[in-house]
Design a protein around this ligand. Sequence first.
Ligand SMILES: Cc1cc2nc3c(=O)[nH]c(=O)nc-3n(C[C@H](O)[C@H](O)[C@H](O)COP(=O)(O)OP(=O)(O)OC[C@H]3O[C@@H](n4cnc5c(N)ncnc54)[C@H](O)[C@@H]3O)c2cc1C
Length: 554
Amino acid sequence: MKKVVIIGGMAAGCKTAARLRRLEPDTEIVIVEKLPFVSFGACGMPFFASGEVESFDDLMSTAWGTVRTPEFFHNAKNVKVLTETTCTKIVPEHNFVEIVDKFGKKSILSYDFLVVATGSKPIEPPFSYPQSERISFFHSPTDAKKFRQLAEQGKISNATIIGGGFVGCELAEAVTSLWGIDVTLIEKENCLLSRSFDPEISNVLYSLFQSNGINVLVNTIVNQIEQKNDTLIVHTSKGNIETDYVFLTLGVKPNVELAEKSGITLGACGGIYVDETLRTNFENLFAAGDCIEINNLVTHKKDVFALGSLANRQGRVVADNIAGLASTFKGAVGSISLKVFDTIFASTGISTSCCYKDSISFSFACASFYDRPHYYPEAKVLFAKALYEKESGRLLGLQMCGKGEVTRYVDIFTVLLERGATYKDLLDVEHCYTPPHSSPLNPLNYLGGIIENQERFGITPVSSVEFEKYRKEWNIVDLRKENEIKEMPLDCEFIHIDYDNWRNEIQKLDLGSRILCVCQKGPRSVEIAIALKHLGAKKVGYLAGGLQMLNSAL
Ligand SMILES: Cc1cc2nc3c(=O)[nH]c(=O)nc-3n(C[C@H](O)[C@H](O)[C@H](O)COP(=O)(O)OP(=O)(O)OC[C@H]3O[C@@H](n4cnc5c(N)ncnc54)[C@H](O)[C@@H]3O)c2cc1C
């Protein structure tokens, strides 16, 4: 009988086991997991920490309420799960692994196929910190349980989160909203979620945190954490912070020590190197999930993505290949979303910082628009920034935020990225339209139109973060109505031309000067910028996303 051993009993490992069982009823499947849990939803941890998910068991339950224990795996799936058991060595040349259980008892498991699904591990901070009950990562169930217990006992009145990636940001809301704990969120880069979002979108997150009482410190380096009795002192480049609890959320990296010392080849990004069948350098040894590196379908380089969505799909591919079905995992573009208070943030593909890092020549478009017709009572404003390759027009990434339909369009964009589409393809995206749900032109059609106009008429997009520089050097033309200007004043010198009457007022402008059109959301500016180009203006730009985006006013 074929025997398959899987190291790691979470997303990738359990998906492999479940799919393989469907394909091969008789294969012996053993999962080795060092934690006391199996198949647990780490992505739900922030919501358990916040108290929104009441019981920890809910994160380990099937949709019909059964907790996925080793007994469940045995009875329902005929899969043997060894929890609190660590795999300490892989001997690929002889097809066996060494394991040790919670009592320290060592044994050997032989296999025909081995799957390494050891996940990721938190990045250790570069600064010194004491071993303390009150300092923790937020990676394992134990971290979440420990915090929740202390919060329930009212033992934490303020907390500091070091690292403004997506776990740090989700946690900031979780800790604040239900427990009323004062939170300081520290990030060393100039904006939160800097891998996925540019400052234009990330600034909205910053404002959202500030308005909900979360103290956000960007461009701030932590140098050390000290403990004095029950108080922790976080030493930063902007001063010291006294706090009751510290979360270290500096990101994760592939957990590959076991693989590496067993002769499994690693790639340049530090993950296990696999081919498209997710096979390692050993024929009968596969790897999946956070521990591997895969093709980034936008940069065409290897990359590591710690995402549960990918880990699950990879588990299925591994099972198919073990069962002899030809199945491949081509790569990913890196799509993430998160909800912070009432606002959704989502991103797919690469951001500006990645373009610079990979020397990709790019341009962008920003827009703010309603997710359904403005007259419909529930219409919500969305902000978007799309990046595309300058020469070819190939799409590179999309970032969006708002209280309405965000992920729907980011998901469609993901498919376009995977297919190497250009901005012209955005104009062809068909969608369901009815006013309670959407506008006649969807955000992607709209972005496609803006980019096409920019490129066709040679108009310069100026993003909200570049505005400060431009307003000193270009003539600013505000195209809004008087009442709009009163409601959201423009804090610089400008020429006022009411869009509704622009044909009669255009003589106010010197077409030989550099002209930057601004309006509330962007469309009026683009239209007048095009008109000015037709009239012979040499250098025309528009404030992309309008003043609404400049003011992060969702
Ligand atoms: C707080 C949080 C929120 C997240 N939110 C999202 C989200 O919203 N969306 C999203 O897509 N992703 C999210 N993720 C990421 C997602 O959880 C991971 O991508 C996913 O869990 C990866 O699955 P995996 O099976 O590869 O690894 P893991 O889930 O890390 O599982 C690996 C398992 O291997 C075990 N193991 C390791 N070494 C050994 C050994 N030597 N012997 C035995 N067992 C071993 C570990 O104990 C671990 O349980 C989140 C992660 C966290 C921590």
